[in-house]
Design a protein around this ligand. Structure first.
Ligand code: TRP
Length: 359
């Protein structure tokens, strides 16, 4: 697939010259992150940052209410997300004194919430004029979420959230967005908006740059064999205790065959457990299957419990330490919000200038 090939090319360029790239990605604060998030994107973000790529992380608080009525415990969930990021190894832009001027980008990741960056949200207004209702209604991600929202009426926010997400990406001039296959339509919408803005207002030059997708790796399934998700109750939260993790893995669905083999299509549940162990131990699922042989699902699960708990032990220890450091967490978010605000103010000014809205 073309997106995959392009992604591999970009990956190569990133490794050659990481300082050239800025990545933006993020999560909705709807609960703590799980193992699927970790191997799907979080570990990748940490890797990119360590390589020298500048990282922006949006805690997408306004996106929480795209497919539900209220924000829930948004304050607690923002905190949990922040803890997961930092425990996983994201190095944040420092608290007080780190500055946010030019050249300070390499000081750490800019972690911010939507609601703290007014200029980002204001970009949504001109952007909305660049896309039609029909285009938004055709967006596969909007359709999927509307269907998953259980028959409740499509809200204006859900319909327009690809545009909001475009603002997340375009406000900071991110050139790379690590996404799963399912989020590719959003990136297309973002590119479309940037392109149309430039056509209408750029008088021949690119005011907004078109970002590209960096496709993320392996997708882990939940303990029931379906997509791992917070709401499905089939996820292993990063912050779970070792006993809790063992309980979740022991309850995972398997099949009746005693011999353990790695066959993702024919035996998705068993293969998913093997993949989990492989990711945690940097081995291959085939070799792990071979080693278990006729040991059956019991032996497989014991091995997975051990692998997951061992792999997450340092992360969990850091998470416990950080969870007592309220002042630090507040500083990290304040520094990220302030830096994002500066960047967004500048972009909004550029957008206003391009549109002739300077009076
Ligand atoms: N939609 C993403 C999610 O549900 C979160 C998100 C918000 C995001 N803005 C973004 C991801 C911009 C990538 C780029 O998890």
């Amino acid at each position: 697939m073309a997106a995959q090939r392009r992604s591999a090319e970009l990956e190569q360029q990133v490794m050659e010259d990481p300082g050239r790239f800025r990545v933006l990605t993020g999560d909705r604060p709807t609960g703590p992150l799980h193992l699927g998030h970790y191997f799907g994107t979080l570990a990748n973000r940490v890797r990119l940052q360590r390589a020298g790529v500048e990282v922006f992380l949006v805690i997408a608080d306004y996106q929480v209410i795209t497919d539900r009525d209220t924000v829930g415990d948004v304050r607690g969930n923002v905190r949990e997300l922040l803890l997961d990021y930092l425990a996983a190894g994201i190095v944040p832009r420092g608290g007080t004194g780190s500055g946010s001027g030019p050249g300070s980008g390499s000081t750490g990741a800019t972690i911010f919430t939507h609601s703290a960056v007014p200029a980002l949200n204001q970009l949504v207004l001109p952007f909305l004029s660049l896309i039609s209702v029909a285009e938004l209604q055709r967006n596969p991600t909007v359709k999927a979420e509307a269907a998953a929202a259980g028959g409740r009426a499509l809200s204006g926010l859900l319909l327009t959230y690809p545009v909001h997400q475009a603002a997340d990406i375009l406000f900071c001039g991110a050139d790379l967005v690590p996404v799963g296959q399912d989020q590719l339509p959003h990136l297309e919408a973002t590119r479309l908006i940037a392109r149309r803005f430039n056509e209408r207002y750029g008088s021949g030059h690119a005011v907004l740059s078109e970002p590209e997708a960096l496709l993320s790796a392996a997708l882990l399934l939940g303990t029931d064999g379906a997509k791992m998700s917070k709401s499905a109750g089939n996820a292993i939260p990063l912050r779970a205790s070792e006993d809790g993790t063992a309980r979740l893995i022991r309850s995972a669905k398997t099949d009746a065959e005693r011999r353990i083999t790695y066959e993702p299509t024919r035996r998705p549940e068993v293969s998913n457990l093997l993949l989990t162990a492989a990711l945690c131990t940097h081995g291959t699922p085939e070799a792990i299957a071979e080693a278990i042989g006729d040991g059956g699902a019991g032996a497989l699960k014991r091995l997975v419990v051990e692998a997951v708990n061992e792999h997450l032990r340092p992360l969990r220890a850091r998470r416990r330490e950080l969870s007592d450091a309220d002042d630090h967490l507040r500083d990290v978010l304040a520094a990220g919000d302030a830096a994002a605000k500066d960047v967004a103010d500048r972009t909004l000014r550029t957008v206003h200038e391009a549109m002739g809205m300077t009076y």
